[in-house]
Design a protein around this ligand. Structure first.
Ligand SMILES: [Zn+2]
Length: 186
């Protein structure tokens, strides 16, 4: 899937989470950083591709990407699995614990949001014809559809489908979103 679809996918899963969970009270800064963390998580598993958009966002990123790639194996291995998800979660938690000493935001919310992004990435990639090795190192690629990245299937089915889900959620759960916004104003 392209990074545009992954951005929308992470936003969609975050939306599903927002309407289905009772969220803790949080500052607007926490909410903003959580959304950013979700987008970052949504692209993060592709750090195993030096050409990935994750690296484009960091100065010198493609060089770092090329340096660490041998440790992650080929594209869509460790980085796209439950083991990868757990390890990214632990590493990101350590980073946030450290940053929490200097930045006063709710790091638990930001961590959860990042993980929602990572999970959405694996779910979306499971719609592609390469599939996702969820159980890595067991080399079975799970896929529920056969969509090629950047193909009409992604542009005409997946992307519009995600937009429709978001519009439906916002329309149906409008009071939930209003409540959330109220919390920031009060
Ligand atoms: Zn991927």
């Amino acid at each position: 899937m392209t990074s545009r679809t992954h951005d929308l996918g992470s936003f969609t899963l975050l939306n599903l989470f927002i309407i289905s969970q009772s969220l803790p009270k949080m500052s607007i800064v926490t909410a903003f950083m959580a959304i950013m963390a979700c987008f970052l998580g949504g692209l993060f598993p592709d750090i195993d591709k030096p050409s990935s958009d994750v690296w484009d966002k960091i100065p010198g990123g493609s060089l770092i990407g090329r340096l660490i790639q041998p440790f992650l194996g080929a594209h869509r291995h460790f980085s796209h699995s439950i083991v990868g998800l757990i390890i990214y979660g632990l590493l990101f938690k350590l980073l946030l614990d450290y940053l929490g000493k200097f930045i006063l935001v709710d790091m638990t919310v930001i961590w959860a949001s990042f993980m929602i992004g990572v999970l959405s990435h694996l779910i979306l990639d499971s719609l592609t014809k390469e599939g996702v090795p969820w159980l890595f190192p067991i080399d079975i690629h799970f896929k529920v559809m056969n969509i090629k990245t950047g193909s009409w299937g992604e542009k005409l089915i997946v992307f519009p489908g995600l937009i429709i889900i978001n519009l439906f959620l916002i329309y149906t759960y409008y009071p939930t979103y209003l409540n959330l916004l109220h919390n920031f104003i009060n």
